[in-house]
Design a protein around this ligand. Structure first.
Ligand code: BF8
Ligand code: SF4
Length: 672
């Protein structure tokens, strides 16, 4: 059972409003976004912030997960505790309906990440076959490391030969016929997790199959056992992990493994005298090529009257570029439309995921060209330029030229760039983190972190992940939790829009350590900083680990910590938080993180309150089986305390078990 040392806390959320100030459209704490909301109003353009208000009050059947519409006898709603209205027409009860709805989110999230991963893996295969000449193996060392990890011999083989085998092994994880659990899962987790997943039958053998099976399992008239349905969801969530790991590994191979670097974040990074291109979405295959094409076409931009080309990132494809190239982050998910209203965005280049359909509407009042590039993501009103990896540079140059050509269409009366931006130190892949620690202990770098936890210098590690959610004020929960954890000596890594929130607010700048870190965290950070010759001006308060798809970097970190400590993941003082979870992807990530053995805070209520059984499984029973559980808490200050409680509990227990092991000369107890 999860335990809170503060006995006022329970598995239920505090009673804060589920939608903060539902009539207030100024739903953000980002000063640049607040400024641009006024500009939007002046131009009469509705944004996500207005639509969030217009959607209130939201349907409570849907909110609690007790609306079923998976067959067309429905929608059926659970309207009573007993009698005929307590079940849908087919007889499904609240527990079944909530469980089915929830795991179908996981199927969606897994599909998103893994289809992205497949695209990257196929590109590596095309590269190996000589069909994607514009891509290259940017990090041969990572290629070697991944190959070795997944059991491919590398001696006597060229990089291209190894790349082909890695790509085929990755693609095998999507559609294997046999019974072997996915390679990119089993080779990246602890022995304890391998055994646990085998014992509970949640290890996927093929990513695609786990999603298809889950949809089949949850179709009308198939599985009505909510617990069995949840286990199907767990299998799909581990398939999500697998697809994400493939995406990160192969993106590093193709584009380089991130290293510490300096950049800036927030709308103030837009430059009036340059061609501004925002790359938006998730898949670096397009955005990396756009960056390269922009370098080649600088002279054309100058000929068009601009001082050059300024690429900025939106959402996770921006984080991919920030991590590897130092490209600026313009903003995170909720405020994407506002970038258009600066009047200086000459194009917005979209690939997949988290892109608002309304960007084309916003662009109608401004000159921005919206350019879609993926066959599964077309927007009415946008220019569709089909991007093909086999002709990548040619396509990217055409896209950049569409942007240069649009510079002349700017309306000088509509220009408004908010002067808000902050320094960002990013680029913390796991490899980069271990390099930092190796300056103190070259033999066992990870022990620098685990020793700091064992000595009590820091309380543990928290992964901050996930989205913006306009039920709350944009970024507010992220920043509240980060500041509270920092003051309590918790080391933080962040991804996706959470990293975006930290970056915009200056929490990824070195001076944030002096401002917000507690004494232990400050001492730890400064010690690591002093041991390294950094060119970044210091280490940040929150370490940027990448895009959402890179959450597996954090999983690899906790796996390394577990192996170093000689325990399984559920014993490691490591927690995760998605303060503003939104996308289906955040549900699948949260679920695999719980299955891996982590306490996972979610700050926006997923639709499961309609079933006490499903709620109890997520927040309590999961802990008994896997050692991880959800902390569903809408009050971000309480959430921070609950996360700290979870870390303290784990550190205390780890200490007790270590003392006992020392005293009785046994290995550490593995129970949690
Ligand atoms: O994958 S954090 S809103 S942008 S889903 Fe989307 Fe959520 Fe942002 Fe990136 Ni992740
Ligand atoms: Fe209604 Fe059952 Fe159909 Fe769901 S599956 S919509 S509960 S009849």
């Amino acid at each position: 059972m999860p335990r809170f040392s503060d006995l006022d806390f329970t598995a239920r959320s505090s009673s804060v409003p589920r939608v903060e100030e539902p009539k207030n459209r100024e739903r953000t704490v980002d000063p640049a976004a607040l400024e641009m909301l006024k500009v939007a109003q002046e131009h009469g353009v509705y944004t996500a912030y207005d639509r969030a208000v217009a959607q209130q009050p939201q349907c409570q059947f849907g909110y609690k997960g007790i609306c079923c519409r998976i067959c067309i006898q429905g929608p059926c709603r659970i309207k009573a505790d007993d009698g005929p209205a307590s079940r849908g027409m087919c007889g499904a009860d609240a527990n079944t309906i909530v469980a089915r709805n929830l795991v179908r989110f996981i199927a969606g999230g897994t599909s998103s990440h893994s289809d992205h991963g497949r695209h990257i893996a196929r590109t590596l295969l095309h590269l190996a076959d000589g069909e994607a000449p514009d891509y290259k193996i940017a990090d041969p060392a990572k290629l070697q490391a991944v190959a070795k990890r997944i059991g491919i011999t590398t001696e006597g083989k060229t990089d291209i030969e190894i790349a082909k085998e890695v790509a085929i092994e990755a693609l095998d994880d999507y559609g294997r016929y046999g019974d072997q659990t996915c390679t990119f899962l089993t080779t990246t987790i602890t022995k304890g997790r391998q055994d646990k997943f085998k014992a509970t039958n949640v290890g996927p053998v093929a990513i695609d199959r786990s999603v298809v099976q889950l949809l089949a399992q949850t179709a009308m008239g198939v599985d009505s056992d909510p617990v069995n349905i949840i286990f199907g969801g767990l299998k799909a969530s581990l398939a999500d992990y697998t697809g994400m790991h493939i995406a990160t590994d192969i993106s590093d191979i193709l584009f380089g493994t991130p290293k510490p670097l300096v950049s800036e974040a927030n709308l103030g990074v837009l430059e009036e005298d340059k061609i501004n291109i925002a790359v938006h979405g998730h898949n670096p295959l397009v955005s990396e090529m756009v960056v390269s094409a922009a370098h080649k076409l600088e002279s054309e931009a100058i000929a068009a009257g601009a001082k050059g080309i300024n690429i900025v990132g939106l959402c996770c494809t921006g984080h991919e570029l920030l991590m590897r190239k130092g490209v600026y982050i313009a903003t995170n998910q909720s405020s994407q439309e506002l970038a258009i209203m600066t009047g200086v965005l000459d194009s917005m280049v979209l690939d997949i995921q988290c892109m608002m359909p309304s960007v084309t509407t916003a662009a109608e009042c401004f000159h921005t060209r919206i350019i879609t590039t993926n066959e599964i993501a077309k927007f009415p009103g946008a220019i569709h330029y089909p991007f093909d990896e086999t002709t990548a540079m040619e396509d990217a140059m055409a896209i950049v030229r569409l942007s240069i050509d649009n510079f002349k269409n700017r309306d000088l009366n509509k220009i408004h760039i908010p002067q808000h931006k902050n320094k960002v130190v990013a680029g913390f892949s796991l490899e980069a983190m271990l390099d930092l620690f190796a300056a103190i202990n070259p033999d066992r770098p990870i022990s620098v972190l685990t020793d700091a936890i064992l000595s009590g210098e820091i309380k543990g590690v928290c992964l901050l992940a996930g989205c913006n959610n306009l039920k709350q004020f944009q970024d507010k929960s992220h920043l509240t939790i980060m500041k509270e954890l920092a003051a309590n000596d918790v080391l933080m890594v962040a991804t996706g829009c959470s990293a975006g929130a930290a970056a915009k607010a200056g929490l990824m700048a070195p001076d944030a350590v002096d401002k917000y870190a507690g004494p232990g965290l400050k001492a730890f950070t400064k010690r690591v900083e002093a041991a390294n010759k950094l060119t970044t001006g210091g280490l940040p308060l929150v370490f940027h680990m990448g895009a959402c798809v890179d959450n597996t970097r954090a999983a690899d970190l906790v796996t390394a910590m577990a192996n170093e400590l000689g325990v399984d993941v559920p014993k490691v003082p490591f927690v995760a938080s998605a303060p503003e979870a939104t996308h289906e992807k955040s549900i699948s990530i949260g679920t695999w993180a719980v299955t891996m053995g982590l306490p996972v805070h979610v700050g926006t209520m997923p639709p499961l309150e309609g079933s006490d059984l499903v709620y109890g499984v997520a927040t309590q029973i999961a802990h008994d089986v896997f050692g991880g559980h959800f902390i569903l808490e809408m009050d971000s200050e309480v959430a921070a305390k609950k996360l700290i409680n979870a870390l303290e509990y784990r550190s205390w227990k780890l200490g007790v078990h270590r003392d006992a092991a020392e005293k009785y000369a046994t290995s550490l107890a593995q129970g949690y």
